[in-house]
Design a protein around this ligand. Sequence first.
Ligand code: SF4
Length: 249
Amino acid sequence: MMQQEKITNLPVTEIFSSIQGEGPYVGVRQIFLRLPMCNLTCPYCDTETREPEKLRLETVPGSRIFKEIENPVSLTQLLGLLQTYDFSMHHSLSITGGEPLLWAKELGALLRHIDKKKLRIYLETNGTLPNQLLEVLPMIDIISMDIKLPFAGRSFWNEHESFLKLSQQKDVFVKIVVDEDTPLKDLEKSRDLIAKVNPMVQTILQPVTKTRGISTPNPRQLLEWQSLFLKKLNNVRVIPQTHVFMGQL
Ligand code: SF4
């Protein structure tokens, strides 16, 4: 029986099995656990982050047949739902959002009960909540951390630097979404931030998927920006969102 202490419930958006579409682990099969809510409102966001009344659970992994379960679910129930999936055919459990670290306490309580020898834990995060990261860090194997470039008068440089420093003890990579209007000075600042923490950190420039008047960078921009990053970092790749091409969730 799970030790629930004061933490008993967690709202969940959806659970399904799919192909990772972003970053260096592109193509691996994962169980996705999507949690609601976000502390940011990125202009290109394509995710529904509101807290849903019902959790969508894919009944057979990869079938795209879903059933609905009343939210929030108890952590014991959630663990049971995840265990209906065959861990051996999945590379890892991708915890995504929204911003999953808004639920760091609940996640910590849940992840303590997942056998990491059977299923690695892959955290997808916007990289702005370093204190919350500390609550789950021992249970995480892989961190996909965004650097969010400034928008709407907000910037996150200090949070990102602290977050990246803490993440060094894990398999971490940084993802930066770029569009045709991305300012060069923000790219330079991101590059310098990563180089200051560790120039070996794998860095992914992800051309935005065209949305709401935000356009993908042109081929020349991508080449120039990769060169700019390679001046100070060792491992810089340009990888678009491939799940969009593949028609995956
Ligand atoms: S951090 Fe992610 S989920 Fe949150 S607003 Fe930005 S893109 Fe959307």
